[in-house]
Design a protein around this ligand. Structure first.
Ligand SMILES: *[C@@H]1O[C@H](CO)[C@@H](O)[C@H](O)[C@H]1NC(C)=O
Ligand SMILES: *[C@@H]1O[C@H](CO)[C@@H](O)[C@H](O)[C@H]1NC(C)=O
Ligand SMILES: *[C@@H]1O[C@H](CO)[C@@H](O)[C@H](O)[C@H]1NC(C)=O
Ligand SMILES: *[C@@H]1O[C@H](CO)[C@@H](O)[C@H](O)[C@H]1NC(C)=O
Ligand SMILES: *[C@@H]1O[C@H](CO)[C@@H](O)[C@H](O)[C@H]1NC(C)=O
Ligand SMILES: *[C@@H]1O[C@H](CO)[C@@H](O)[C@H](O)[C@H]1NC(C)=O
Ligand SMILES: *[C@@H]1O[C@H](CO)[C@@H](O)[C@H](O)[C@H]1NC(C)=O
Length: 587
């Protein structure tokens, strides 16, 4: 395979080859690898392609090594294919042998029996790492007997085709190439669909190309110009997936279904000092992939970046590992042995897979909560559109939703000694609010000409907020759901402020502060508020917008605490706040 573009790439790459000349002792450039050759992780570890862009051989994975194909012509070594990806990594003592007689590729280790890289019975004459990233085994006529392109893992390279009936499976993590949670499946009906790996039916699909009419003879392919499209049996482009072409020279592209479930098109410039950039992704909603957050946890998106929260009363199985999910931190209720006390906690604005054993229609939230509490078999209940569905754990595929009136009621053991504390621990969202409020305060204090009056106002507002948040918690713990709703944060009336500070100028200062913040916001110059402080601009804008809504004089215009929570998280859009002066001037 010989292409002009690769000659050009070659010249770009010489730089790298020179700069990694120490590595070159461990990598040999074989165009045709002959039988009887071998590789080891520490001595000759890989066979390079002609342009030295790709290599086949051992790469480091955790404390050991795996065999695969990786990009070496760029500063950031990138694995694009792994042989037997779910086998554990092997030790430095291992050998990859290209047998002299039959031409089989055998991985020999001290710990386990020999494993074969390619599953073929015919005799192989030579092997070759091609410049496309395809590792091939050929017969004596040069015919390809086996190729890595036909056994993709999580990555598709330019000119590689994913045939109907085949799927890409995400890796477990950025550094662990074993099979992860998500698949990109080109179905035999022509539809390209993303599923959780263990639930491949249409109700669990979280992305699809909607191309069923194309039928089963299509393949997915990535062009050398970075265009991703479906071709029919005769190789014609019948449907664009990305529909965008890029430079064909000096850049490389790859398509990968990432560990987080999104599939993305990446490009990498072959010049020095460059890195991977994302050109396209299947969805902007990081919480879309079902199962990103494991059992009994739910996905919360923060500026489109997903995160996972446990159900109230639950704790992560493995800290920092989202897919491991959460487990209850209490004993389950027994229908036989009475004695333990249970109560219901609510998680609003969440949506789950409904797998109910009992459905109550036309009920209120209170009745739903009570129905679960009174049923020794009920571990949770989902409330939606006046319907209550009783559930058993684990709850699956949870995520925050901006839709109104979706509530998950969770039955937890009553540990009376520190229940309010536990509530604080489990309601991550509330902690976030307090954190954000503190950020607002710090920003305001740090950037203002620090007038002591402002500090007082600010502290009062914090105290007020804290009081509100903690009383919210208390009412929730009492199990009175109606009370938990829609308590708007409030600001101070003039009289209250006057009473508290005995200072006539306080209100004026507050007005000036609010006007100034609003003006900065209107002018798009929020940077002024923080000075040299390093603050994430989107986060800052969100906080300021929420703050401007919360300080409105008219209480009915202020968002509820729940809304504030969703706004700060980035789950719902924050409308443009009106000017505070209008309302203040009317008092
Ligand atoms: C590698 O092989 C050497 C000699 O055969 C042995 O001493 C050593 O323990 C082996 N190391 C591992 C990690 O298996
Ligand atoms: C590799 O081997 C094949 C078949 O023997 C031959 O046609 C081809 O020219 C060889 N390639 C190189 C670069 O030696
Ligand atoms: C592929 O598409 C081209 C152009 O639309 C068409 O001419 C050709 O007949 C199609 N091939 C098959 C096998 O459907
Ligand atoms: C696919 O996209 C390319 C580039 O935008 C365009 O030239 C081509 O006509 C499109 N093909 C189809 C089948 O839509
Ligand atoms: C993903 O795509 C959306 C548009 O579909 C875009 O808004 C977002 O920035 C993209 N994310 C990344 C990481 O490229
Ligand atoms: C997370 O936990 C699961 C088991 O629940 C495990 O299979 C997976 O490897 C873990 N992932 C990481 C990155 O540790
Ligand atoms: C439950 O969690 C609390 C704090 O979150 C902890 O102190 C307690 O030990 C946990 N109980 C069990 C049974 O794990």
């Amino acid at each position: 395979m010989h292409r002009d573009s690769f000659l050009l790439m070659h010249s770009f790459i010489i730089f790298f080859v020179l700069s990694i000349s120490s590595l070159a002792t461990a990598q040999q450039r074989y165009l045709n690898v002959s039988r009887g050759s071998s590789l080891t992780p520490t001595k000759t570890s890989s066979w390079l392609s002609k342009s030295s862009l790709y290599a086949f051989g051992f790469y480091q994975r955790g404390n050991g090594y795996s065999v695969g194909v990786f990009l070496v012509g760029i500063p950031e070594k990138t694995v694009v294919w792994t042989a037997n990806r779910d086998d554990p990594p092997v030790s430095a003592n291992s050998t990859l042998l290209f047998t002299a007689v039959e031409g089989k590729l055998v991985l020999q280790t001290a710990q386990s029996p020999d494993t074969y890289i390619a599953d073929i019975s015919q005799t192989v004459s030579y092997a070759s790492m091609l410049d496309t990233g395809n590792f091939v085994l050929c017969n004596s006529d040069g015919g390809i007997m086996w190729q890595s392109f036909a056994h993709p893992t999580d990555t598709l390279l330019p000119t590689q085709r994913l045939a109907a009936g085949m799927q890409l499976i995400s890796s477990a993590s950025k550094t662990d190439q074993s099979s992860g949670t998500f698949v990109l499946y080109l179905q035999t009906d022509g539809n390209l669909v993303q599923y959780p790996k263990d639930a491949q039916t249409i109700e669990y699909a979280y992305w699809e190309s909607m191309t069923t009419e194309l039928g089963g003879k299509v393949s997915l392919t990535l062009g050398e110009d970075g265009n991703l499209y479906l071709v029919n049996a005769t190789g014609f482009n019948v449907r664009n997936i990305t529909g965008k072409v890029y430079a064909t020279q000096g850049s490389i592209y790859l398509l990968r279904i990432d560990w987080d479930g999104l599939f993305r098109l990446y490009s990498h410039n072959l010049g020095p000092d460059s890195s991977w950039s994302v050109l396209w992704n299947s969805t902007a909603d990081g919480c879309a992939p079902r199962g990103l957050c494991g059992l009994n946890s739910f996905c919360v998106s923060n500026d489109l970046k997903p995160g996972c929260n446990c159900l109230p009363g639950f704790a992560p199985v493995i800290q920092g590992n989202w897919t491991s999910g959460c487990e209850r931190n209490f004993t389950t209720q027994s229908c036989k042995k009475k004695g333990k006390k249970y109560s219901i906690r609510a998680e609003d604005y969440t949506i789950w897979e409904d797998d109910s054993y009992s459905v109550l229609s036309q009920t209120s939230k209170e009745d739903c909560s009570k129905a679960c509490l009174d049923d020794c078999n009920c571990e949770a209940a989902l409330y939606k559109d006046s319907t209550c569905t009783k559930q058993r754990l684990p709850l699956r595929y949870g995520r925050r939703s901006s839709q109104n009136g979706l509530i998950a009621f969770i039955k937890v053991e009553d540990t009376s000694e520190s229940s309010t504390d536990m509530f604080l621990h489990t309601r991550e969202g509330k902690k976030e609010i307090i954190k954000d409020i503190i950020i607002i305060i710090i920003i305001i204090i740090s950037c203002l000409f620090v007038s002591s009056l402002f500090v007082i106002v600010v502290i009062l507002v914090v105290v007020n907020h804290r009081y509100r948040v903690s009383s919210y918690r208390r009412t929730c713990h009492n199990g009175d759901i109606e009370f938990c709703e829609d308590i708007a944060p409030r600001s101070y009336s003039y009289a209250e402020l006057e009473r508290m500070t005995d200072d006539q100028s306080l209100l004026e200062d507050q007005v000036i502060l609010e006007e100034w913040v609003h003006r900065c916001f209107e002018d798009g110059e929020l940077g002024q508020l923080v000075g040299d402080e390093e603050v994430e601009p989107k986060q800052l804008e969100r906080i300021i917008k929420v703050a401007l809504w919360c300080i409105l004089e008219e209480p009915s215009l202020r968002p509820s605490m729940k809304k504030v929570l969703l706004m700060l998280e980035g789950t719902v859009d924050i409308p443009r706040p009106p000017s505070p002066t209008f309302f203040i001037s009317t008092i």
